[in-house]
Ligand binder design. Structure first.
Ligand code: AMP
Length: 561
């Protein structure tokens, strides 16, 4: 075959850059509102047009402070309009916006600030004590900027700059510079359940492509007729891309600030006619409890994305059957910007019997265009998409990580990113996450899905929260132990709970024991901290282990590591 020069397309090579999203919203949806519950206590409202002007003032202020393109500017902030300005006012002139999760341990935060080499840190005044703790450990930070006006500055040991004063000194007459779409945009660190957190450094191109993907009708499906309330924090994986998808589509934004209890969320959703929301299951537990206790219903909310951890089927049913809200179950991760799959049915699937449709919707869904996935066995070979074979989930695509920030070694295997999740994929191409690979329970060499076991427990009316972990067993190596938090004022016995599993899962999946606790350990992003839980129950002896110990006297009853 002779090599020929490829015939190139003759369309404009306009780079995909983040500030163009806000410019689009300011021009075409200029009067669409952005409403924020402020930590000052009041509701703040302005428009996309106002937001772009202030984002430009911030860019001018940061440039005046000497921030150069490529330098990191961090945020420690709740969901609100000033945080949105920081999202654009940094990235817009080529700096990198590093969103920090304030729920991490302070020492981890100090590690992250130093690792990212943050030039400035913008912080909500709620975090003033945290900043006082961090500042001595982060000597390279050139300035700490309080997201407040002069009247709301708290007393602090650290000398701080004031956001509103910085903005007032600028006129907003600023053109976003031409940027290379491969330049870095946002820096997000993983929650770091093992070892130090690692940084995922997105690019303008990956952020914009992800915003397109997130907005698709069978993804989040945002539109200019939506009012969107992201409960998922802007300090966790860019609030799942909503701060970019909303300006892209012209959706109204409603920011809840720091009050994420059921009552505050419900009242804001009602007063701002919110149609769409997104968050982790734990937050929705609080909201659903409030709705039940107060005997109220939604008047405008019609759909919500639930992800970050598995959405229990019982929660999906309550949202849909009792409140008429469509649940879109989603899976993703920091390393994927984060969206990977969402549960929406095709026309054909929506013609199937209701129980079959529900079964599909309980799964994490199908990949959006831009995300390629496969499941592989221990030998690295692809497993069939039959809904039965479990395997390590690998992904690739234009918004999937290639390398961690400031780490040389590549995490990729044959060009694919190993997610650390274990999953099945069914003939409908629906993904189901069964576990993190390190949380998998292997009983007699066969895998048991801890998520399935937890979902059954949560469906019991007396169970508020449940976690299933592996416990050492002399005969089977590991057997499941269920750890349960009861609902306040309700009771259930070990025997009743175990009997509740009859007919719901395979007999050998039924946990061998139940332990009742007051609370379960969670990570900074609200996920169950199973590593810690396994540590707590390291010496737990299963009754079945004692039984089988008699049959296998030579097998030591060693705690599971
Ligand atoms: P993070 O990077 O903090 O967003 O965490 C990503 C991890 O959260 C994934 O690798 C999964 O283990 C878990 N996760 C996210 N969404 C889901 C979901 N819908 N169901 C089960 N696990 C999930």
């Amino acid at each position: 075959m002779t090599m020929t020069t490829p015939l190139l397309g003759q369309m404009m090579d306009v780079p995909l850059t983040v500030p163009s999203l806000l410019t689009h919203a300011a021009r075409h949806f200029g009067s669409t509102e952005i409403v924020s519950r402020r930590i000052e206590g009041d509701l703040h409202r302005y428009t996309y047009r106002d937001c772009e002007k202030r984002a430009k003032q911030l860019a001018q202020a940061l440039i005046a402070l000497g921030v150069a393109p490529g330098e990191r500017v961090a945020t420690l902030a709740w969901n609100g309009y000033r945080h949105l300005e920081a999202y654009y006012g940094t990235v817009g002139f080529g700096a990198v916006c590093h969103t920090i999760n304030p729920r991490l341990f302070p020492d981890q935060i100090a590690y992250i600030v130093n690792h990212a080499d943050d030039a400035y840190v913008l912080f909500d005044t709620t975090f003033a004590p945290l900043v006082d703790h961090l500042a001595p450990q982060c000597p390279k930070v050139r300035g700490w900027i309080a997201l407040a006006d002069v009247g709301h500055l708290p007393a602090m040991q650290t000398p701080v700059l004031n956001y509103e004063t910085l903005l007032q000194a600028q006129d907003g007459q600023f053109e976003w510079p031409e940027l290379d779409e491969r330049q870095a945009s946002y820096l997000c660190y993983t929650s770091g359940t093992t070892g130090n957190p690692k940084g995922a450094l997105y690019s303008h191109r990956s952020t914009v492509l992800h915003a397109f993907g997130a907005s698709l009708p069978d993804a989040m499906g945002l539109s200019a007729r939506d009012a969107v309330l992201p409960v998922v924090p802007m300090f966790h994986v860019n609030a799942w891309g909503i701060p970019h998808a909303a300006p892209l589509t012209g959706a109204k934004l409603v920011f809840p600030g720091k009050d994420l209890d059921g009552k505050s969320l419900y009242e804001l959703m009602e007063s701002e006619h919110v149609t769409f929301s997104a968050g982790v299951p734990t937050v929705w537990l609080g909201l659903l409890n409030y709705l039940r206790e107060a005997g109220v219903k939604f008047s405008s909310l019609n759909r919500t994305v639930i992800g970050g951890s598995a959405c229990p089927p019982a929660m999906l049913r309550t949202f849909e059957d009792d409140y008429g809200v469509q649940v879109i179950h989603a899976w993703g991760m920091t390393e994927m910007s984060p969206l990977g799959t969402l549960s929406k049915l095709t026309w054909e699937q929506s013609q199937r019997p209701p129980a079959e449709q529900r079964k599909l919707l309980e799964k994490q869904g199908h990949a959006i265009f831009g995300v390629d996935m496969k499941i592989v066995g221990d030998d690295g070979r692809s497993l069939p998409w039959d809904g039965v074979a479990f395997g390590d989930l690998h992904v690739r695509g234009p918004w999937v990580i290639d390398r961690y920030f400031r780490k040389d070694e590549s995490p990729l295997v044959d060009g694919w990113f190993p997610t650390g999740d274990v999953a099945t994929i069914d003939p409908d191409s629906f993904l189901q996450i069964t576990d993190r690979s390190k949380d998998v329970i292997k009983s007699g060499g066969e895998w048991i899905s801890s998520i399935d076991i937890e979902n059954v427990a949560i469906a019991h009316p007396a169970v508020a929260e449940a976690a299933c972990i592996a416990c050492a067993h002399p005969k089977w190596t590991e057997r499941p132990l269920l750890v349960v938090v009861k609902r306040p004022g309700m009771d259930v016995s070990r025997e009743t709970l175990l009997a509740f599993y009859d007919g719901k899962v395979a007999k050998w999946w039924i946990p061998d024991d139940v332990a009742f606790v007051d609370e379960l350990p969670h990570t900074a992003t609200g996920k169950l901290q199973k590593l810690k839980l396994r540590d707590i129950f390291r010496d737990h002896v299963l009754p079945s282990a004692l039984e089988d110990q008699k049959d296998c006297p030579l097998t030591p009853l060693s705690p599971h590591a």
